[in-house]
Design a protein around this ligand. Structure first.
Ligand SMILES: [Zn+2]
Ligand SMILES: [Zn+2]
Length: 393
């Protein structure tokens, strides 16, 4: 990925005394980020050494710190066929190199994304397979369970590919949070296998659960959607997020449960790939137990569950993307936006920077963090109003 010429050729002077030369003006969001990091022991405090260059060993610098202490990551240097099976599974989650490099300039105010942008992406992509199945059904071809599993499996893969491409374009265009301190983390070599296992479990369960327990080949899929869907949708997300909040907060606050979740927090500047960075116990809890329990409380048909699962995955990955935009959560805008309890990308990004001390435990909403007082102030998007329509984007 091309790096701005000026960034490669113009020498930077990273000095502790003059951080503003590489970050921003004192009133900028990035400055606020540095201030909050210094005032909070939960954040890494940058100690920029004097006189180092912006190119290290022929590569653009990845962090403002004197040395990048992150675990070795080499997957991106291999061709697809040189990669292990786990690495091949994670290939679609790789972002442009540009996401991982330190940026030298402040980009100005964070743009706000109106709700319709996510809706315009999600409606056609999440309904694509049910519509295809409906057309086949009307033409007299009823998909058997094995056929439905294969088509829905590749439908999920296609959805992730499109999402990754979209996040990559947005990240290059709008930048990443905290990018003047540190570029985004790569997929560490030591975690490739467990992340590959996580993504496999994600695919098999999210498709397999639906096909095994809910799929009926004799029913036209689009006829399963009823007018109460939007109400059950909101209830599902609020209840699921309550369970997730309780479990997630417990892993942070009860020491022996931290071992379940600590691996996920090895990344302080994640990309969408790090949504599956976690132990097997975490994967089982988050991919299987919590959503399944919720689906027993709030019933959904096969098609309804499919669309909801894809939108759930969208927020899970988008929340880890670090894209520097203010995007009120698509899934729960109806129930959360009126209360200012919507989740945005920066909320979970800040959660990762806190580590065990924790804040912002919600995954789909800020509702329970607001109710129980664990919500953290936003930094770079602090001045972004929540808007349904915004012409800045
Ligand atoms: Zn956490
Ligand atoms: Zn996370």
């Amino acid at each position: 990925m091309a790096v701005p010429h000026s960034f490669l050729t113009r020498g930077l002077s990273f000095t502790h005394e003059e951080p503003s030369s590489v970050t921003s003006t004192p009133s900028s969001p990035s400055s606020a980020s540095e201030d909050s990091r210094e005032s909070s022991p939960a954040f890494d405090s940058p100690k920029p050494a004097a006189g180092f260059d912006n190119v290290v060993d022929g590569e653009p610098r990845t962090t403002l710190q004197a040395k990048d202490w992150r675990a070795p990551a080499n997957m991106h240097k291999k061709t697809f066929w040189e990669r292990t099976w786990s690495e091949k599974l994670l290939t679609s989650t790789l972002m442009s190199d540009n996401h991982h490099y330190l940026k030298e300039t402040n980009r100005g105010p964070v743009p706000s994304q109106p709700l319709w942008c996510d809706h315009a992406f999600l409606i056609p992509t999440t309904f694509a397979v049910p519509v295809l199945q409906h057309i086949c059904f009307m033409l007299g071809w009823q998909w058997s369970k094995p056929v439905a599993f294969v088509i829905y499996f590749f439908g999920l893969l296609f959805f992730f590919q499109l999402s990754a491409l979209r996040f990559d374009i947005m990240g290059n265009k709008y930048g990443l949070f905290d990018e003047t301190f540190r570029g985004r983390d790569r997929i560490p070599d030591e975690s490739v296998d467990i992340m590959g296992g996580g993504i496999l479990m994600y695919f098999i369960f999210r498709v397999g659960y639906n096909i095994t327990f809910k799929y009926d080949p004799t029913v036209a899929p689009l006829s399963e959607f009823t007018w109460t869907y939007i109400l059950r949708w909101q209830a599902w997300f609020l209840i699921m997020d309550y369970f997730f909040y309780a479990y997630h907060r417990a892993t942070h606050e009860i020491d022996f449960l931290w071992s379940i979740h600590a691996l996920h927090h090895k990344s302080k500047h994640p990309t969408m790939a790090h949504a599956v960075l976690g132990t097997h116990a975490q994967h089982i809890m988050e991919i299987i137990i919590i959503p399944t329990l919720t689906s027993y409380i709030v019933p959904l048909s096969c098609g309804e569950q499919w669309v909801l699962y894809l939108c759930l995955a969208h927020i899970e990955t988008m929340g880890h993307s670090g894209i520097r935009i203010h995007a009120p959560c698509t899934n729960t805008w109806l129930s959360c936006l009126p209360f200012g309890a919507e989740i945005t990308i920066e909320d979970h990004d800040i959660h990762h920077r806190y580590g065990k001390s924790g804040k912002n435990y919600g995954k789909q909403t800020m509702m329970w963090d607001t109710v129980f007082g664990t919500r953290e102030y936003r930094v770079e998007t602090a001045n972004c109003p929540t808007r349904w329509i915004n012409d800045k984007f």
